[in-house]
Design a protein around this ligand. Structure first.
Ligand code: HXC
Length: 258
């Protein structure tokens, strides 16, 4: 992996770990960090030994939003021309699952980034919010849509209109996150979950991720058709034969990724 300025990368078994490294600004997301993050994820995505990724911050902050210093004087045209917000969308090109391991502040663009991941594991100290209204703007990287789909209109409205922050336990009850763990365990638990997924049949994992994500993007009839085609196509893989044979032979499958 390359040397980066704002993130740290590490391989842990079959898991690629990316850690945001701007602690002085609570991991505020600037163009460099976002570019480096997407580059590292794309690199892990291309490595056959890696089956899943985890992105994380530190105990105090996953990320306290987009870096306000970069936006304060911008005109609409400058914002429109900036590659910064489109960079958030690049995570959608990543084929392998990405887990956000969140502790502390997970605000604004930080929360939007977490919601763009496939699973979210939180520490008990995690705080989720969309404070853009306090800055005179609205979310710009997906929260009005993704948050509303997930938690429903009335909670999303309160978070976006009035900066209601929610705790990890509330986030769990709103289906916004998968699990809450004590602060000393959340990252290990996220890595364990990622490793478990990375041990599964790689082609089926990628297909499953794509199908679940498309449920937000296409209508039900088209989505069901696409799901069925993808299901049929997996019967051309060695892993399908191996997985089903292994079940019948009462043994653990050995995945080939082909
Ligand atoms: C730039 C930030 C920052 C941010 C924190 N800092 N968040 N800098 N952009 N988003 C910096 C502070 O300026 C300060 O720098 C240092 O981090 C510590 O922050 P404090 O405010 O002193 O700490 P504390 O009092 O503990 O409060 C923590 C906080 C608060 C609640 C997280 O910093 C805060 O409200 N931050 C802004 C959150 C926010 O509005 N996020 C949305 C951004 S807009 P110094 O140099 O003074 O030590 C957004 C839009 C996305 O995300 C649109 C699509 C991309």
């Amino acid at each position: 992996m390359k040397e980066y300025q704002t993130i740290l990368t590490e391989r842990k078994g079959k898991v690629g770990l990316v850690t945001f490294n701007r602690p002085k600004s609570f991991n505020a997301l600037n163009p460099v960090l976002l570019t480096e993050l997407m580059d590292a994820l794309a690199e892990f995505d291309s490595q056959v030994e890696i089956g899943a990724m985890v992105i994380t911050g530190n105990e105090k902050a996953f990320a306290a939003g987009a870096d306000i210093t970069n936006m304060v004087d911008a005109s609409p045209e400058e914002m429109r021309q900036s590659p910064f917000i489109p960079a958030f969308d690049l995570i959608r090109n990543i084929k392998k699952p990405v887990i956000a391991a969140v502790s502390g502040y997970c605000l604004g663009g930080g929360h939007e980034l977490a919601m763009s991941c496939d699973l979210i594991i939180a520490s008990e100290s995690a705080v989720f919010g969309q404070p853009e209204i306090t800055l005179g703007v609205i979310p710009g990287a997906g929260a009005t849509q993704r948050l509303t789909h997930t938690v429903g209109k009335i909670i999303a409205m309160e978070m976006i209109l009035n900066n209601r922050t929610i705790s990890a336990m509330e986030a769990l009850s709103f289906n916004l996150i998968n699990h809450v763990y004590p602060i000393e365990d959340y990252l290990t638990k996220a890595l364990t979950l990622a490793q478990e997924i990375a041990d599964r049949a790689p082609l089926a994992v990628k297909a499953a991720k794509e199908m679940v994500n498309q449920s937000h993007e296409v209508h039900l009839t088209a989505g069901l058709k696409e799901e069925r085609n993808t299901f049929y196509n997996l019967f051309s893989t060695q892993d399908q034969k191996e997985g089903m044979k292994a079940f019948l032979e009462k043994r653990t499958p050995t995945w080939k990724g082909s």
